[in-house]
Design a protein around this ligand. Structure first.
Ligand SMILES: Cc1cc2nc3c(=O)[nH]c(=O)nc-3n(C[C@H](O)[C@H](O)[C@H](O)COP(=O)(O)O)c2cc1C
Length: 167
């Protein structure tokens, strides 16, 4: 599992996912080696959104450089990927979890196969670049407004990933 964070919320939810998935190795993407990434059977990746409205580099974390400097050099054809995003649907309802959509766009462009799409039910954003074909491209959490739902959402998402054969 690779994530990055500014104020710790993405790390909090990464911890929930790790617990339910039985994952012990979670790391900031800025510390990942290329071979760690390409050598994994599957990747769970998570990012917050900090750059409202931006087309690129929407997370404000080490993902921003990694996605444009490192990812282009990697072959991820057929790699199983599951995405989670962190955002604030009340204050940034026009750009809720946009950085998760950026992960989706760039990883799928490199050949990755995304698992764990979820329903938008239960959220009240207006727009999100994390929505692909009517669904969120992974698990979206909101530690600002719905922090008490993140644990259950993570649990259900890990169960879904197992059902889909991701793990
Ligand atoms: C300056 C600023 C800009 C933000 N922009 C967005 C945004 O565009 N979309 C969104 O969903 N959340 C936005 N947020 C909310 C953060 O994504 C949210 O608080 C998240 O939980 C932070 O995760 P982190 O603690 O892992 O960094 C923004 C927050 C700040 C302070």
């Amino acid at each position: 599992m690779y994530y990055s964070t500014s104020t710790g919320n993405t790390e909090t939810v990464a911890g929930y996912i790790a617990e339910y998935a039985g994952i012990s190795d979670m790391e900031d993407i800025g510390d990942a080696t290329d071979s760690d990434v390409t050598g994994s059977d599957g990747l769970i990746i998570g990012a917050p959104t900090w750059h409202t409205g931006a087309d690129e580099q929407r997370s404000g974390t080490s993902w921003d450089d990694w996605l444009y400097d490192t990812l282009p050099n990697l072959d991820l054809t057929g790699k199983k990927v599951a995405i989670f995003g962190m955002g604030d649907q009340q204050s940034y309802g026009d750009n809720y979890c946009d950085a998760a959509g950026e992960l989706y766009d760039l990883f799928t462009a490199k050949g990755a196969k995304v698992f764990g799409m979820t329903s938008q039910d239960g959220y009240d954003h207006t727009e999100s670049k994390a929505v692909k074909d009517g669904k969120f491209c992974g698990l979206m959490c909101d530690e600002d407004n719905q922090y008490d739902m993140s644990d259950d959402r993570a649990k259900a998402w890990v169960a879904q990933l197992k059902d889909e054969g991701f793990m």
